[in-house]
Design a protein around this ligand. Structure first.
Ligand SMILES: Nc1ncnc2c1ncn2[C@@H]1O[C@H](COP(=O)(O)OP(=O)(O)OP(=O)(O)O)[C@@H](O)[C@H]1O
Ligand SMILES: [Mg+2]
Length: 314
C-alpha cells in the first residue's frame, strides 16, 4: 500500500510521514519511506545522519534499469518520468524497492527503527532554471509506476508543498493521499484545491489535522472538510523536543497522537487496490506529458511507448 503526505508548506508533511513510517515499522510492517521533496528533511526526522544516495542524481541509470528490454522504449534517454511500464519492462516487487539496489548502486538506508529510506535528493544551484526540478522528482514517479506492491507492504512518500504535487501524475500513484492540514484558513485552502483534482482522478484523500490545540480547532477543521477529516494530531511536545535535537522514540509520543497513527494505518489497510485505474492514469498522464513537452523534447512520439497489451498489477 502506498500513502502520500501532501499539504501546505510547513503543515507537517515530513513530520507526519516520518511518524507514520516509524509507526508502521513498530507494528512489524516492512516500510519504505521516500522523500519526494527537494528540501531534504525526512532523513533527519527519521533519525538518519547520513542521507541516502539521491535518486535524482542517477536518473539515467534508474531509467535504464526499469526499461529492461521493453521494445517500445529505445533507450533510457527516450524514457520520461511518465513513461509507463510495458511488456519487457523491469517491474519492482516491494522487496526490490526496499532493497534499493539499482544498477549496482545502493539507494536506500535503514533507519534505527528499520524503515528503509530513499530520497529524490537536494536541489542544487545547478538545477535552477533547467528542467531538472521535475525530472529529479520524476525518479520517484518512475519507481512507483513500475512497483507491484501488495497489502502489508508500505510505501510512504513525503511530497512537495502545496499544489506542486499535482504538477505530474505522481499524485495518482497512491492508495491513499493524506492531506495534512493545520486548523487555519490556509491549511484548509489546499484541501479545496486538492479536492478538485482528487475528484477528477478518483484519488482517495483523507485529511489529518495537525498542530491542533483544542476542540475549537477540531470544529474548524470539520466545518471545512467534513467527513474527510480522518483524525488529527495535537501540537506535540515530544515532536518539538525532537526538533530541538533531543532523543526521540515513538513511545515518547503523546497517547492521542499515537492513536492518530493507529487510525491512519487502519485506514491505509482498508484501501483496495485498483490496478486498472492505476494503469489508465499512468497512460493518461503519459499522453498529457507527451503532448505538453515530452514529444517536443525527445523528438519522439512518446504515445507509442504505451503497450496496449500490458496488464498492471500482480
Ligand atoms: N504535531 C506537531 N507538534 C509539534 N510540532 C510539529 C507538529 N507537526 C509538525 N511540527 C513542526 O512544524 C514544523 C514543520 O513541520 P514539517 O517540516 O513536518 O512540515 P512540512 O509540511 O514537511 O514542511 P515543508 O513544506 O517545509 O516540507 C517543524 O518544525 C515540525 O517539527
Ligand atoms: Mg517537509
Amino acid at each position: 500500500m502506498r500513502v502520500a503526505f501532501v499539504g501546505k508548506g510547513g503543515s507537517g508533511k515530513t513530520t507526519m510521514s516520518a511518524l507514520f513510517a516509524r509507526h508502521v515499522a513498530s507494528q512489524g510492517g516492512p516500510v519504505v519511506a521516500m522523500d519526494a521533496d527537494i528540501n531534504q528533511h525526512l532523513a533527519l526526522v527519521l533519525g538518519v545522519e547520513e542521507p541516502p544516495e539521491p535518486l535524482g542524481s542517477h536518473l539515467t541509470a534508474i531509467k535504464h534499469h526499469l526499461r529492461g528490454d521493453n521494445p517500445r522504449i529505445a533507450s533510457a534517454e527516450a524514457m520520461v518520468k511518465t513513461t509507463p511500464p510495458g511488456r519487457g519492462s523491469r517491474l519492482l516487487s516491494f522487496a526490490d524497492l526496499a532493497a534499493g539496489r539499482i544498477e549496482g548502486r545502493e539507494f536506500a538506508v535503514t533507519t534505527p527503527e528499520g524503515v528503509r529510506l530513499m530520497a529524490t535528493g537536494p536541489f542544487s544551484e545547478d538545477d535552477l532554471g533547467v528542467a531538472c526540478y521535475h525530472s529529479k522528482v520524476g525518479a520517484v514517479e518512475l519507481l512507483l509506476n513500475h512497483l507491484v506492491d501488495g497489502p502489508s507492504e508500505y510505501v510512504v512518500v513525503d511530497m512537495t508543498a502545496g499544489a506542486d504535487s499535482f504538477a505530474s501524475g505522481l499524485f495518482t500513484r497512491f492508495d491513499l493521499t493524506v492531506l495534512v492540514a493545520e486548523p487555519t484558513r490556509q491549511g484548509v485552502g489546499v484541501y479545496r484545491q486538492y479536492l478538485d483534482y482528487a475528484a477528477e482522478f478518483g484519488v482517495r484523500i483523507a485529511v489529518v489535522g495537525n498542530k491542533v490545540h483544542d476542540a475549537a480547532d477540531v470544529d474548524f477543521l470539520r466545518s471545512h472538510v467534513g467527513d474527510d477529516l480522518l483524525t488529527w494530531m495535537e501540537h506535540s511536545a515530544a515532536v518539538r523536543a525532537m526538533e530541538q535535537g533531543r532523543p526521540f522514540a515513538l513511545g515518547d509520543l503523546e497517547p492521542a497522537n499515537a492513536d492518530a497513527l493507529t487510525v491512519l494505518l487502519k485506514e491505509v489497510d482498508a484501501q483496495e487496490k485498483d490496478w486498472a485505474r492505476f494503469g489508465r492514469q499512468a497512460e493518461e498522464f503519459h499522453l498529457r506529458n507527451a503532448r505538453a513537452w515530452g514529444d517536443a523534447r525527445t523528438g519522439l512520439d512518446l504515445g507509442e511507448q504505451i503497450d496496449p497489451g500490458f496488464v498492471y498489477g500482480p
